[in-house]
Design a protein around this ligand. Structure first.
Ligand code: PRP
Ligand code: URA
Length: 203
């Protein structure tokens, strides 16, 4: 199923509405993987027939979409992590150098026991993800609290993130083959933000 959804996203002829619908489907699959990492607390539950053991969340969640493309995953993650606080980090890659520059930061208070979930569909050079993790660490978050969620990753970006922050958790929908010379993921799906938001480039 995941391969079918990914193929719709990769296809350059997939239009905006279809791209959005399939991005939502992948967000559900990734959120399902993220839930596994949430700490749980045992509780007593009374069914209509008996008393049994149940569970409730054992920690608060802070969702941090990386603007802009990370916004695509936010509604689905809020659906599953419905009480989450949401923080925002705005990062934009320079079109020539592919170096990400921060243009916005608005983070809530983050507790020592919170799970902090970074949302960004694309992990290319890893520059944006590394910056996002550094921003969170500078806000007092520990690596162990961070779960980063990506849809498509290039091996280069994955290695960079893993090497710099060995204790963060990483979820990836699919790992692609390489980066192109202009730092796009190959075969990839082009510019996720532009395709999801219906703006310019098809790349
Ligand atoms: C894209 C993507 C990641 C980043 C990945 O964002 O959403 O944030 O590139 O590339 P990297 O691993 O080489 O840093 P972009 O900067 O294009 O901004 P956008 O989300 O506003 O489209
Ligand atoms: N950002 C994207 O949206 N796509 C890429 O291939 C690389 C960075």
């Amino acid at each position: 199923m995941q391969d079918i959804i990914m193929s719709r996203l990769r296809d350059k002829d997939t239009g905006t509405a279809d791209f959005r619908a399939n991005a939502q489907k992948m967000a559900h699959i990734l959120a399902g993987q993220a839930i596994v990492y949430l700490k749980k607390k045992k509780i007593d539950v009374a069914t209509p027939l008996a008393k049994t053991i149940g569970y409730m969340p054992g920690q608060d969640v802070v969702l941090v979409p990386i603007l802009r493309a990370g916004l695509a995953f936010l509604p689905v993650f809020l659906y599953y992590f419905e009480s989450s606080k949401v923080g925002f980090i705005g990062l934009k890659r320079d079109e020539k150098t592919a170096v990400a520059k921060e243009y916005y930061r608005n983070l809530p208070a983050i507790g020592k026991n919170d799970m902090v979930v970074i949302l960004d569909p694309m992990l290319a050079t890893g520059g944006s993800a590394v910056s996002a993790v550094k921003i969170l660490l500078s806000a007092g978050v520990k690596q162990e609290q961070i779960l980063s969620v990506f849809l498509v990753a290039a091996p280069e970006g994955y290695r960079k993130l893993r090497r710099q922050f060995p204790k963060i958790k990483i979820i990836i929908g699919t790992k692609d083959k390489k980066l192109t010379r202009d730092k796009f993921i190959w075969p990839g799906l082009g510019d996720f933000g532009d395709r999801y938001f219906g703006t310019k480039r098809r790349h």
